[in-house]
Unconditional design. Structure first.
Lengths: 86, 183
């Protein structure tokens, strides 16, 4: 008795759709992080350090190992200015 | 002053006024988070006193530590900068491999032990700095010298040997003791 493959086609479609969303999400996360794996479980220390990386290199996951900071690094830490509520 | 982190800011202000000339100028450290994480224990080995001074100064001056502790802060920056510069001069390849591995693994040190062992060996031979985790129990292998990391994504290959620096007590010329990892 041959296998009723037409009945299994919907399952194949469902599994493929799961795979497509998973692969798509993984591709988007890798692209957002410049080819590296995304960072997870970040606390405030990690966020502050990543912000410092952005000030040093220009993008959030950039890394350098120079001993001296580039020119202008001392001045590019901004004050975050809020408007008064009045 | 800032009593809470600004959350609703819609603009930023860049203040480019330089510091007055009475304050000595020190170049800021240019290493970002992954190289700093990689070199952290070597910075601690060389700069322990300056770091402790700075932390004590900040503790003794709550609220005005930014103004009172500038001198200690300059010392910390200069010392850390010297460590990074020395590592760049002598061990650049192993250093880069280690921090590239860390950057791929959420900056978790236990995922990158083989590269770390190579870096420790190179730094000990060229600079004399040892990685030491303080307050370890005495009769257990320190966690960075074990051959099995229980939470790592990939097992450590058998060809990778942990680097145990020779102990200071007495025989400096003997071969390093084998890592006794029976756990």
């Amino acid at each position: 008795m041959p296998v009723p493959f037409e009945a299994l086609i919907p399952y194949a479609i469902i599994v493929t759709m799961f795979g497509v969303t998973g692969a798509g999400l993984s591709a988007i996360k890798t692209a957002q992080n410049g080819g590296k794996k995304a960072r997870w479980s970040l606390d405030t220390w990690d966020r502050v350090l990543m912000d410092r990386d952005r000030r040093l290199t220009g993008w959030l996951r950039g890394q350098t190992d120079a001993a001296d900071a580039p020119y202008g690094f001392e001045y590019n830490n901004p004050w975050r200015v809020e408007k008064r509520f009045s | 002053m800032a009593s809470r982190i600004p959350q609703f800011n819609q603009q930023v202000l860049y203040d480019t006024t330089p510091l007055p000339d009475s304050i000595p100028k020190v170049k800021e450290l240019g290493a970002s988070s992954a190289p700093l994480m990689s070199a952290a224990y070597f910075i601690g080995a060389r700069c322990r006193d300056y770091n402790d001074d700075f932390m004590q100064c900040k503790n003794e001056n709550p609220g005005k530590g930014e103004f009172e502790c500038l001198k200690e802060g300059r010392r910390v920056t200069r010392c850390a900068r010297s460590v990074i510069a020395d590592i760049n001069k002598s061990c650049l390849e192993e250093f880069r491999k280690h921090w590239t591995c860390l950057e791929d693994n959420n900056q978790q040190l236990w995922q990158c032990r083989p590269a770390e062992w190579k870096l420790n060996k190179c730094v000990f031979e060229n600079l004399g700095l040892k990685k030491e985790i303080p307050d370890q129990p005495p009769n257990v292998t320190p966690v960075h010298l074990r051959k099995q990391m229980i939470y790592a994504h990939w097992p450590i290959p058998r060809s990778a040997e942990p680097f145990v620096p020779p102990t200071q007590t007495g025989d400096n010329n003997k071969a390093p003791a084998a890592a006794s990892s029976s756990s």
